[in-house]
Ligand binder design. Structure first.
Ligand SMILES: NC(=O)c1ccc[n+]([C@@H]2O[C@H](COP(=O)([O-])OP(=O)(O)OC[C@H]3O[C@@H](n4cnc5c(N)ncnc54)[C@H](O)[C@@H]3O)[C@@H](O)[C@H]2O)c1
Length: 268
């Protein structure tokens, strides 16, 4: 992970959850950071935590930005280049969920999910690519187990994450000749603000998360730090010949098939 030292990374949605854990990991290894978030207070707080991890006060900036807004996306890139003069890693992490069946998803929520989870990732990456070509940098996208597993209570969310996975593979092909790598992480369920926002109330959230524990064969939810570890690996020179790839961080959930209930009960 020493290769992260001095690298410049943009972390979208860096003010909370996986983005926060990733910022703290990168700070520990001496990367320079742009923490971009709709929630400025969250981004500023994480920037402060990075400084307590040993990062210089001049090595991290918090940027208030709505990723669905074109001017704000440009602001993130401009602030990064003006401050650090380069970009090595783009972490497309900001995303929202929605707990609704496909047939009950209203048009405004469909648009909100597509606007942030799909369109904003593409347009943010388009702005970053010239800078990543210059540094032979890389992109790490946040997809999900829901990109491949049909989950009936969050259908549109799954559609956005499936789109993200095809985005990862296609962009990896486009950028391979420039030495720019593109990969993604597919986390299982983690208790972050994502669930508070997606479920709408704390009782629904508590029930949902309790039910999710047994869906992970290793028997617990994912910790944000475990997702950060995978992101950091893909962003680092440790993954220098890895592109178009996905790492699941889900305690084995993506392996679960029809026989899982039998396996759980058996003593084999
Ligand atoms: N938590 C999970 O169980 C889980 C599982 C798989 C994948 N994911 C994915 O991981 C990513 C991060 O999720 P998390 O769990 O850390 O969630 P989180 O809610 O803790 O963090 C997301 C961050 O994105 C920011 N954000 C939201 N909308 C934004 C916008 N329009 N512009 C800029 N910033 C915005 C929020 O303010 C927040 O700080 C998301 O893409 C999510 O889909 C989450």
């Amino acid at each position: 992970m020493d290769s992260l030292k001095g690298k410049v990374a943009i972390i979208t949605g860096g003010g909370s959850g996986f983005g926060r854990a990733t910022a703290l990991f990168f700070a520990k290894y001496g990367a320079k950071l742009v923490i971009a978030d709709l929630n400025l207070a969250g981004a500023v707080a994480v920037a402060g935590e990075c400084i307590t991890k040993g990062l210089g006060g001049d090595d991290v900036i918090a940027v208030e930005a709505n990723l669905t807004n074109a001017n704000d996306r440009k602001k993130i890139i401009d602030k990064c280049i003006n401050k650090f003069g380069r970009l090595d890693v783009l972490i497309n992490n900001a995303g929202i969920g929605l707990f609704a069946t496909l047939v009950n998803t209203p048009p405004d929520m469909y648009d909100a999910l597509m606007d942030l989870n799909v369109k904003a990732q593409l347009y943010m990456t388009q702005l970053a690519v010239p800078h990543l070509k210059a540094t032979k940098g890389n992109v790490v996208n946040l997809s999900s187990i829901a990109s491949e597993e049909a989950i009936s209570v969050c259908g549109v969310y799954g559609m956005t994450k499936a789109a993200m996975s095809m985005f990862t593979k296609t962009l990896a092909l486009e950028l391979a000749r420039y030495g720019v790598r593109v990969n993604e992480v597919r986390p299982g369920v983690a208790h972050t603000n994502f669930y508070v926002a997606g479920s709408g109330n704390s009782e629904a959230e508590r029930k949902l998360l309790a039910a999710e524990v047994i869906t992970h064969p290793m028997g617990r939810l994912v910790q944000p730090e475990e997702v950060a570890n995978a992101i950091a690996f893909l962003a680092s020179d440790m993954a220098s010949y890895t592109t178009g790839n996905a790492i699941y961080v889900d305690g084995g959930r993506h392996c679960v098939g029809a026989g899982y209930a039998f396996t759980r009960k058996s003593k084999l």
